[in-house]
Design a protein around this ligand. Structure first.
Ligand SMILES: Nc1ncnc2c1ncn2[C@@H]1O[C@H](COP(=O)(O)OP(=O)(O)OP(=O)(O)O)[C@@H](O)[C@H]1O
Ligand SMILES: [Mg+2]
Length: 257
């Protein structure tokens, strides 16, 4: 299968603070890949660096064989690498429909209307509420809108930063089922950062685990889910010490806003 995304030795700093270092990652077309890790592990930094929101200090991001590191976020988006950011970030005073329209701002083609229809098929609740202000949607509906808006950019690789944040277990499962359908029906590859390791490992093909800005494990999700240290640190099987042996707290459940 074709390699869609190849990340080599990526390193990103915030001023004097190093957030990620030596990150290598590979994602093949049509795959669902998850990145797991504790608070502050560098997951959001990784996605923001891939999306061109932050420039890396060093390393390479090859998307479709072309280097995209250092490009502006809108150019990266235009090439098909699209991020639905952490915390949804919908435009609260715009309607659902207009929020979805904003997702297509990099496009000039005639397929936008058909794609809007497709988003409404995946998320019927967004169709029902298309005229409503986005800020008045429930948390789960806003998450659907954030994913729908990213889909309107017609991604080849859709990156989702904690889609289950603040959602009930049932809604989390529903969101992951829809993520699976989107991949199956369109072939879109998906890179999903998650706090809910059990759900992510059950729905993704391949997984990476980050600790303190580095990748410490990478494997097929079913293999990862069987590893004793992964079970212990990430699947609630005991004292969370992390795979690298450094004591750290596992995710405290973040609530939205
Ligand atoms: N804008 C920023 N300025 C300075 N430091 C930052 C900034 N954003 C993140 N950091 C630091 O970089 C590190 C990685 O943060 P990041 O947000 O990527 O982690 P994360 O894995 O997404 O965490 P969470 O699970 O809590 O979302 C942390 O130590 C964090 O404090
Ligand atoms: Mg984060």
């Amino acid at each position: 299968m074709d390699v869609l995304l190849q990340v080599r030795n990526l390193e990103t700093w915030y001023g004097p603070i190093m957030a990620i270092q030596g990150v290598n990652l590979e994602l093949r077309a049509g795959r669902i890949v998850t990145v797991l890790g504790a608070n502050g592990a560098g997951k959001t930094t990784l996605l923001n660096t891939l999306a061109g929101v932050i420039d890396p200090f060093k390393g390479q991001v090859l998307f479709n064989g072309q280097a995209v590191q250092g490009l502006d976020a809108d150019e990266v988006c235009r090439r098909g690498l699209v991020l639905a950011p952490e915390g949804r970030q919908v435009f609260p005073f715009l309607s659902v429909r207009d929020n979805l329209g904003m997702g297509a701002y990099t496009r000039r083609d005639a397929g936008i209307r058909a794609d809007l229809e497709r988003v409404y098929q995946w998320f019927p609740r967004l169709r029902e509420r298309q005229s409503q202000q986005a800020g008045l949607l429930s948390g789960g509906e806003q998450q659907m809108l954030a994913i729908g808006r990213a889909l309107m950019a017609r991604p080849r690789l859709l990156m989702l930063d904690e889609p289950s944040l603040g959602l009930s277990p049932i809604l989390t499962k529903e969101i992951f089922q829809i993520i699976g359908r989107i991949r199956d029906e369109t072939g879109t590859a998906i890179l999903v950062v998650e706090q809910n390791a059990a759900v992510a490992l059950a729905h993704a093909d391949d997984g990476y685990i980050m600790e303190l800005g580095r990748i410490v494990a990478a494997d097929a999700c079913d293999v990862l889910a069987q590893k004793a240290d992964v079970r212990q640190s990430y699947l609630g099987g005991g004292q969370a010490t992390g795979l690298s042996g450094t004591a750290q707290r596992w995710k405290q459940r973040k609530t939205w806003r």
